[in-house]
Design a binder for this molecule. Structure first.
Ligand SMILES: Cc1cc2nc3c(=O)[nH]c(=O)nc-3n(C[C@H](O)[C@H](O)[C@H](O)COP(=O)(O)O)c2cc1C
Length: 248
């Protein structure tokens, strides 16, 4: 009997599309909401409108993009945070009943919710926020500076402790699974990769530093964000701040 190749190869193999053995496609009607809403009343921070034109050229930004892990204690502005969130998950088009966002997403389902742990942002109290996409605003989930906690949850990475903000992406797996079944996890991770790339390019264009974070204690980050780790679980984070000159 061949040995078990392990969960990774088994997952990859059992979620392949095969020309003559396609899985039954779930119903296309969307039952799981495309947006997360908290039932409890929350305070909000309205974000200034993001610029949709101008900025440095794309090629120059791609050429300069680098992971930067050392940040000064200088804050970023609310306008910069607005620009980052818009470039990652902001609405860029609306067509009939569909709303499209800045980063691509399989089936336009956008399973990854965006959270911001704010430590140093002008005109924005420290706290943990959920980004409300359609309203382009932040909903306050918990007040206070959680830079130490998020750094510990990310295996003591110093970048998270000194960042002005840490963005975290939580995957609502059933939102994607309702259309793609078990293959959804592939798309969730691919989607998250797009989000990470957009944050880094936006940060670079704003002269900010950023580093994507894939090494973290899942349930510790989930706990900080108030996620159950099953219906929604953190998949990726990005630390952003004012970079030290020539930092890496
Ligand atoms: C999926 C993924 C996970 C990563 N996780 C971490 C991380 O936990 N900590 C870190 O410091 N860098 C992390 N990085 C950044 C990589 O180390 C970095 O992209 C790589 O060294 C290439 O350098 P560059 O981004 O400057 O081109 C991650 C990058 C990716 C794409």
């Amino acid at each position: 009997m061949p040995s078990d190749p392990g969960i990774g190869p088994r997952y990859q193999d059992s979620t392949k599309y095969r020309r003559h053995a396609m899985p039954g496609m779930p119903s296309v009607s969307v039952q799981v909401p495309l947006y997360k809403r908290y039932e409890r009343p929350l305070a909000h921070i309205e974000l200034p409108a993001a610029d949709t034109e101008g900025g440095p050229g794309l090629w120059a930004t791609v050429a300069r993009r680098r992971s930067r892990r050392r940040f000064t204690d200088q804050p970023i502005s609310l306008q910069q945070l607005s620009q980052l969130l818009w470039a990652v998950a902001g609405v860029t088009a609306e067509q009939s009943d569909r709303v499209y966002r800045a980063a691509a997403s399989a089936g336009a389902l956008y399973p990854n919710e965006s959270y911001v742990l704010v430590s140093q942002v002008s005109d924005c109290p420290s706290g943990i926020y959920h980004y409300e996409v359609r309203e382009h605003r932040l909903a306050l989930l918990a007040e206070g500076d959680y830079s130490l906690e998020i750094s510990e949850a990310c295996m003591d990475q110093a970048s998270c402790a000194s960042a002005a903000v840490v963005l975290a992406f939580g995957a609502v797996a059933p939102r994607c699974g309702q259309k793609y079944g078990d293959r959804a996890y592939r798309y969730i991770y691919l989607d998250a990769g797009h989000l990470g790339a957009h944050v880094q390019l936006a940060a670079e264009a704003l002269d900010l530093g950023s580093v994507n974070i894939g090494a973290f204690f899942d349930d510790e980050v989930n706990h900080l964000l108030g996620l159950d780790g099953i219906n929604e679980t953190v998949v990726y984070l990005t630390a952003v701040g004012q970079p030290h000159l020539h930092s890496a």
